[in-house]
Design a protein around this ligand. Structure first.
Ligand SMILES: [Zn+2]
Length: 92
């Protein structure tokens, strides 16, 4: 339990701590998630977020946004299919 509390405290502290690389890192994170970053950039990001809670948070958020957008698009495709199916079954 003590170790867990220490972990929480450390996580909270590092979250408050500023990151000098945050802006640059976020830019690279976006490129990486859009498959536009170079191998070096991706490696840098992955290495950095491994030790930087703040940038990991940004990375996680960007990833979640993209996932949400993707799943929304998917749902749209599914409903289009359903619409087509209904259209083909219902004579107009
Ligand atoms: Zn950072």
């Amino acid at each position: 339990m003590g170790a867990f509390i220490r972990w929480i405290q450390r996580a909270m502290m590092s979250k408050e701590a500023r990151c000098k690389e945050e802006e640059r890192c976020l830019e690279l994170v976006r490129l990486m998630l859009d498959d536009q970053a170079t191998k070096e950039d991706s490696e840098y990001v992955l290495k950095h977020i491994d030790g930087c809670y703040r940038c990991y948070d940004n990375y996680d958020l960007e990833k979640t946004i993209r996932k949400a957008v993707k799943s929304k698009t998917k749902n749209l495709e599914v409903s289009n299919e359903i619409v087509e199916e209904i259209k083909s079954k219902v004579p107009i």
